[in-house]
Design a protein around this ligand. Structure first.
Ligand SMILES: Cc1cc2nc3c(=O)[nH]c(=O)nc-3n(C[C@H](O)[C@H](O)[C@H](O)COP(=O)(O)O)c2cc1C
Length: 321
């Protein structure tokens, strides 16, 4: 059985997109990372509130916090818990961003394992929800301490760990090292979820079968492709995964657009949908031109008209070939 979850991707996996993934069979998801300090200082701030939404169709949702100070993170977790909205709290120890990691947040915590451990212990003590951690393999190739941190996590009462098989130094380059993920999975008894470069259902199956992980956590492989969760569901049912049809792609874009419009003001929805549409169209003939036009479209009607034209051209080509 392949268990698959959606990874947090800030700027991508908002509740609208997560719901689309759940509809395709995703088992669980995580919010985009929320600043513990930001939440404590301004809990009603609109951007934070948007990150914290739980959609009605989200079966299982964990709230992800980032921060550097263990007490601040634990306090934010405790306040989040009182909302009664989430199934767990996840601590971000993997973010490599320049504004985050060098100041000791995100992956920066892997350089200060004592602080990371204190954060885990305090958060576990502060909430009754399960607490999990998402980390990388280490800061760089000379400091690979995921095994050590996973052991500390287990001792601190953390329920699950997700390991992205890269270092902070690698950012998103190279390939995720699944042998290193397997070594983490081997070294603790709590579930370890593997993350990195799962682009389709077959890869998910291969990693689960060979790496001893509890399941896979899928990030970029789901961008423009929520059907990756359908593929995995079909593999679990012993079926050959169905190809995504043109009709399904365009229907998904329309549904995504409509839901985004019912959530955000039109100009923001139009802007945010551009990137998603780009990913949905990936690989289609004529997509580059359509993307360029859509990037200039100012209204949903304009964008949808361009898409309709692309769809008609693509259907004609399908018909001819
Ligand atoms: C645009 C983007 C935003 C991300 N945001 C987050 C985040 O908010 N929290 C987090 O733990 N990881 C975040 N990540 C890392 C992903 O969750 C994941 O670990 C990484 O992309 C590797 O998995 P993949 O190869 O399946 O994409 C982000 C990655 C990307 C590309």
């Amino acid at each position: 059985m392949i268990h698959a979850r959606l990874a947090p991707l800030c700027g991508v996996t908002d509740y609208v997109f997560r719901e689309l993934c759940f509809a395709q069979g995703c088992e669980a998801a995580c919010t985009e990372m929320v600043s513990a300090m930001g939440y404590l200082c301004a809990p009603q701030q609109r951007a934070t509130q948007e990150l914290m939404i739980r959609g009605k169709e989200e079966r299982r949702l964990t709230l992800q916090l980032f921060g550097r100070d263990p007490d601040t993170v634990a306090e934010a977790a405790a306040r989040m818990e009182t909302l009664g909205r989430y199934d767990g709290i996840d601590l971000n120890m993997g973010c490599p961003a320049r504004k985050i990691a060098p100041s000791g947040e995100g992956c920066g915590l892997m350089r200060t394992p004592d602080v990371a451990e204190a954060m885990m212990r305090k958060t576990v003590r502060a909430v009754s929800l399960p607490v999990s951690v998402k980390m990388r393999l280490g800061w760089d190739r000379d400091h690979l301490n995921a095994v050590e941190l996973a052991r500390r996590a287990q001792d601190a009462g953390i329920q699950e760990v997700t390991v992205h098989g890269r270092t902070r130094e690698q950012q998103y380059s190279g390939e995720a090292d699944w042998e290193a993920i397997a070594r983490v999975a081997e070294s603790v008894s709590i579930p370890v979820w593997g993350n990195g470069d799962i682009w389709n259902g077959c890869l998910a199956r291969a990693r689960v079968e060979s790496c001893g992980v509890a399941g896979v956590v899928i990030g970029r492989g789901a961008m423009g492709n929520p059907w990756i969760f359908r593929e995995i569901t079909q593999l679990n049912q012993g079926l050959k995964p169905a190809q995504v049809t043109l009709a399904e792609r365009f229907q998904m874009i329309e549904t995504h657009y409509t839901r985004m419009l019912s959530w955000k003001p039109e100009p923001i929805a139009v802007r945010e949908m551009r990137k998603h549409i780009g990913w949905y169209l990936h690989g289609l003939r004529g997509a580059a031109r359509a993307r360029a036009e859509i990037n200039h479209a100012r209204t949903p009607e304009e964008a949808l008209r361009i898409l309709k034209q692309l769809r008609e051209e693509a259907e004609q080509q399908d018909h001819v070939s």
